[in-house]
Design a binder for this molecule. Structure first.
Ligand code: FES
Length: 122
């Protein structure tokens, strides 16, 4: 699911925070994608803590929001690359036939929770 970000922005400690959604909208163990400033961002709830990184896989652009979340690991639905949502590191590359390749790290983005709002520094 992809949601277009509302225009709510807040200035916080010298950075411009954008409201993504509320914490109730992403239950524990789930993830959703949002379009923020023309970027596709994936937001995941890992044991009540929220993390954000690019939604497009660094291998061939698979939509990670259509993959699975296994703890803090996001698995790409296309060729199975695995990314740590906290660091963006590719902990395992894509598997093509019997060959396991490598792929690049993804960008991560700071999240702040204000009351029930999930805010991103982007
Ligand atoms: S597009 Fe994600 S693993 Fe290939």
């Amino acid at each position: 699911m992809c949601e277009l970000l509302s225009s709510a922005c807040f200035f916080y400690w010298g950075s411009l925070l954008n409201k993504i959604t509320t914490i109730d909208n992403i239950p524990t163990g789930e993830m959703k994608s949002f379009i923020i400033k023309d970027k596709e961002i994936l937001v995941a709830n890992v044991d009540g803590n929220f993390f954000a990184m690019d939604n497009r896989c660094s291998h061939m652009g698979g939509k990670l929001s259509e993959g699975t979340l296994d703890g803090d690991i996001v698995v790409c639905p296309r060729h199975g690359s695995r990314f740590n949502i906290k660091t963006g590191e590719a902990v395992q590359g894509p598997k093509i036939l019997v060959i396991r390749l490598s792929t690049k790290k993804l960008n991560t983005y700071p999240i702040k929770i204000q009351e029930k709002d999930i805010m991103i520094d982007l």
